[in-house]
Design a binder for this molecule. Structure first.
Ligand code: PPS
Length: 576
């Protein structure tokens, strides 16, 4: 144990907020400066830079520090720092900036939060960054996916002067800054504080870990959940915070507290564990609990984990002395039935029956409206989760028809809509290809770019409907696989599952023969260009939940297949 090496409550804390007078000056001067509206992730990074959570950083990384961090997990001066904190901007803005330029950083409402004194603008090598930071270039790794799909191509580095922290209106009293948390610990006389990092609801296993850690170290406990950005598809932070607050009642009075951490996770596993440690030290903690697969994204779709279960612990161990905060390692906890107790997997008595319940299983039980066992969680937590995740028969969903023109998409969608309305219980919205093109996408043509944009718009509307408990029926041609998958992801992110792709696979010859609008004839004659199936591609889906050929079946028969599928998957009950 090196506890006496650690000064309680953290070390030097950077504070980037400037005095009132300077703030007024910056506001005046900013009229002549370019400005940038921060993305959600950049807002999180800015908040932790501004409040000192990212001490010793004083701004977004410049190239030398960036490359050194990616390669060696250290700033150029050798200080340990494992995650690149960079400000990505589009080329158009990058071209306006030079060493010495000032860039106003604003929130989505246009409020100026900070000013960046530009030192360097450059185009990073994302491939190299993903390899070095995540040890992976797998597109299913959420950190890799973010860097590849959602990051602007230029980075701008420099020091920051901050005017104010980003505004938050939720759980305000629980959002303590590093300074406030350190002061609180000092006031309460908490000298040893063990932090528990989480992006999930806490159940009995987690509570046992925190109990054990606090007991063994004779320390107080800080539940320090991430409420910035976590893995897409995670339980939203509103629900989680309500769960944490209810769990807090199960700890002895004045031994544990909760504060929210507005960090944007990268899910970089071992590197992220070190980063979490530095952040927790800055927030005044002396210890951090590191469990199984800390800050890892789990496994890819073929079941291969991105990181070994205890990689993060090993890396932490190697750097512990220079981090200035200690790790409290935990093996996976399992429930031992005979003892009605959670124990680390390596402490299970020989032959004892153990139980675990995976996240996937938990989601499955909630979706099916089944019970969550009391050995797994607390009734208050289960109740909160059930409120947020009602069973599938009460959730929204999207049925996305795809297929050639005249394949029968609109007919099936219309019949299905009527059947669902007949059954009642949820609002139904039909987003038919033709109707969408008359309203939402009236300015678009049929290039790949415009078709993709059209489908993204439909996907966006459908995801809003699904999120709010409605049924969206979409019926565009949607000829391209990648954008269909994008829409699937968008909708699955808001509803767990809730996306049903129906391939209306009526063959081209039949569609052309039907030709109700005479449109195939025009396409053959070259009057209509880029016509799907004739002069433009249609990529057959390989991920459709249902494939229906309308050549020989009546619309009612086809729709019956869909209804049976919905019943089987629990989206509708026998009575609708
Ligand atoms: S897409 O590819 O999903 O954006 O297409 P979508 O929005 O479904 O629009 C297809 C309807 O527009 C008519 N139309 C064409 N379709 C395909 N290719 C070309 N070039 C084209 N030009 C006009 C066509 O009638 C489609 O209607 P449906 O209802 O599918 O028959």
């Amino acid at each position: 144990m090196h506890s006496n090496l650690i000064s309680p409550h953290g070390g030097t804390l950077v504070n980037l907020t400037v005095e009132h007078e300077r703030q007024e000056e910056l506001k005046r001067l900013s009229r002549d400066w370019p400005s940038w509206d921060l993305t959600p992730r950049q807002l999180c990074d800015l908040e932790l830079l501004a409040n000192g959570g990212f001490s010793p950083l004083r701004g977004f990384l410049c190239r030398g520090d960036y490359e050194s961090v990616c390669e060696n997990m250290r700033l150029a001066d050798g200080t340990i720092w494992p995650i690149p904190i960079t400000l990505d901007i589009p080329e158009e803005l990058a071209k306006k900036l030079d060493n010495g330029s000032m860039l106003a950083l604003r929130d989505p409402e246009g409020v100026m939060l900070a000013v960046l004194r530009v030192e360097e603008v450059w185009q990073p090598d994302f491939m190299q960054e993903t390899e070095q930071t995540f040890g992976s270039t797998h597109p299913e790794h959420p950190g890799v996916a973010y860097l590849t799909n959602s990051t602007n191509p230029w980075y701008v580095g420099g020091k920051l002067e901050c005017l104010q922290l980003p505004n938050h209106y939720d759980f305000v009293e629980l959002r303590l800054t590093p300074r406030q948390l350190r002061d609180r610990f000092a006031t309460m006389g908490w000298h040893r504080v063990v932090a528990f990092q989480t992006r999930n609801p806490m159940h009995r296993a987690h509570q046992e870990i925190t109990f054990r850690a606090a007991r063994e170290l004779e320390a107080n406990l800080l539940i320090h959940p991430v409420v910035g950005m976590t893995k897409p598809g995670d339980v939203d932070h509103y629900t989680r915070v309500r769960c944490y607050l209810s769990i807090l009642k199960h700890y002895p009075r004045n031994t544990a507290m909760i504060s929210l951490l507005p960090v944007a996770m990268r899910l970089a596993g071992p590197r992220e564990a070190l980063w979490h440690a530095i952040i927790r030290k800055n927030y005044g903690c002396t210890h951090l609990i590191v469990g199984r697969d800390h800050a890892g994204p789990g496994s890819d779709s073929s079941g291969r984990p991105f990181y070994g279960p205890y990689d993060a612990q090993e890396v932490f161990q190697r750097h512990q002395d220079e981090l200035g905060i200690q790790m409290v390692p935990f093996k996976m906890m399992v429930y031992v039935e005979d003892r009605d107790e959670y124990v680390p997997v390596d402490e299970v008595p020989k032959g004892a029956a153990v139980k675990t319940l995976s996240g996937t299983e938990l989601r499955g039980r909630l979706a099916a409206g089944r019970d969550i066992p009391s050995w797994f969680s607390f009734p208050e937590v289960v109740q909160e989760l059930k409120r947020t995740y009602p069973s599938r028969s009460k959730r929204g969903f999207t049925i996305f028809f795809t297929g050639l023109s005249a394949a029968g998409k609109s007919t099936l969608a219309n019949v299905l809509m009527v059947k669902l309305l007949e059954a009642g219980g949820r609002p139904v919205t039909l987003l038919d290809g033709d109707i969408v093109r008359k309203n939402l996408s009236s300015e678009l043509g049929f290039s790949k770019e415009h078709r993709d944009l059209n489908i993204r718009r439909i996907g966006f509307v459908a995801s809003e409907i699904t999120k709010n408990g409605g049924i969206a029926l979409c019926a565009p041609i949607a000829p391209y696989d990648s954008v269909r998958k994008e829409v699937r992801q968008m909708i699955e992110a808001v509803s767990g599952s809730g996306f049903i792709l129906v391939h209306v696979a009526t063959p081209l010859e039949v569609c052309e023969q039907r030709d109700p609008k005479g449109i195939y004839a025009k396409a053959r004659a070259g009057i209509i260009k880029e016509f799907t199936g004739i002069s433009d591609p249609y990529e057959e889906p390989t991920d459709a939940e249902l494939t229906i050929d309308t050549t020989t079946m009546s619309p009612e028969e086809c729709v019956q297949q869909i209804i049976l599928h919905l019943e089987k998957e629990g989206y509708i009950g026998p009575n609708g």
